[in-house]
Design a protein around this ligand. Structure first.
Ligand SMILES: [Zn+2]
Length: 247
């Protein structure tokens, strides 16, 4: 089993200047082809930027380099884009799913509540990060719903692949937001996506709750109680991409 982790969206704060982040994308070799966990922005987001992609470099230092697009990174790893058979989305904000347009043949896995939020009315301000054109090319969806499965103490949905993978509902940042857990050769890797900022102790808890939802404290506890699980959020600092890879 091989899992590759790469940064698909560099976005650094203008203040505090030390806050630098990349966005975690996972590529897993499964028994049914490659599965991509989140995509980052797609090529069209660079060539024909929507309003969010135009706004971000004003607020943040975002180089907007199309070389960071998942399709380019997949090819640099020696795979063909068509090898990507599945895309698993933590949620459908533009920085997590813009690359759907580069893999229109892939089956897209997402929590049903997230898709309904994307397709429905604006419910909270973070819904502004949904860009409707991102799903126009998708031909096959697989909507997942919370059942009675468990991964550790979390309610979770088993994804239909080997290695063992779970979609872990952590709703809040968006209505159907989930984390994704993957059993690697070195143990569990858990991408808790935008449900917390567990490596950042500078952001006040109320800001985290406002922007990322209610799960940050629980994720920090989980991380402490389960050091054997390699947990990350989506927007990790540059050193993590060099050192924290799940192997
Ligand atoms: Zn988000």
């Amino acid at each position: 089993m091989t899992i590759h982790i790469f940064n698909v969206f560099t976005c650094n704060a203008r203040w505090p200047s030390k806050l630098k982040t990349g966005m975690v994308c996972g590529l897993v070799e499964t028994d049914d082809g490659l599965a991509l966990i989140d995509t980052g922005p797609g090529l069209e987001d660079y060539s024909n930027p929507h309003w969010m992609m135009r706004l971000f470099p004003i607020i943040f230092q975002a180089p907007l380099d199309p070389q960071e697009a998942a399709i380019n990174q997949v090819q640099r790893l020696g795979y063909k884009p068509e090898d990507v058979r599945h895309i698993i989305l933590t949620h459908m904000h533009f920085d997590h799913c813009g690359g759907l347009t580069d893999f229109p043949w892939a089956k897209v896995h997402v929590h049903r509540r997230e898709y309904e939020a994307f397709a429905g009315k604006l419910h909270r301000w973070t819904d502004l990060a949904y860009i409707q054109r991102h799903i126009t090319g998708v031909v096959e969806w697989k909507f997942h719903e919370t059942g009675d499965g468990k991964w550790y103490e979390f309610d979770a949905i088993r994804l239909p692949f080997e290695p063992e993978m779970w979609l872990v509902p952590l709703h809040g940042h968006s209505q159907g937001h989930c984390g994704v857990a993957v059993k690697t050769g070195l143990g569990w890797f858990f991408n808790a996506a935008d449900a917390g900022a567990v490596y950042n102790n500078d952001i006040p808890a109320w800001v985290i709750k406002l922007v990322l939802g209610p799960h940050d404290a629980r994720l920090r506890r989980f991380m402490k109680n389960h050091p054997e699980v390699r947990l990350c959020n989506s927007h990790m600092f540059p050193e993590w991409f060099d050192e924290g890879r799940p192997g």
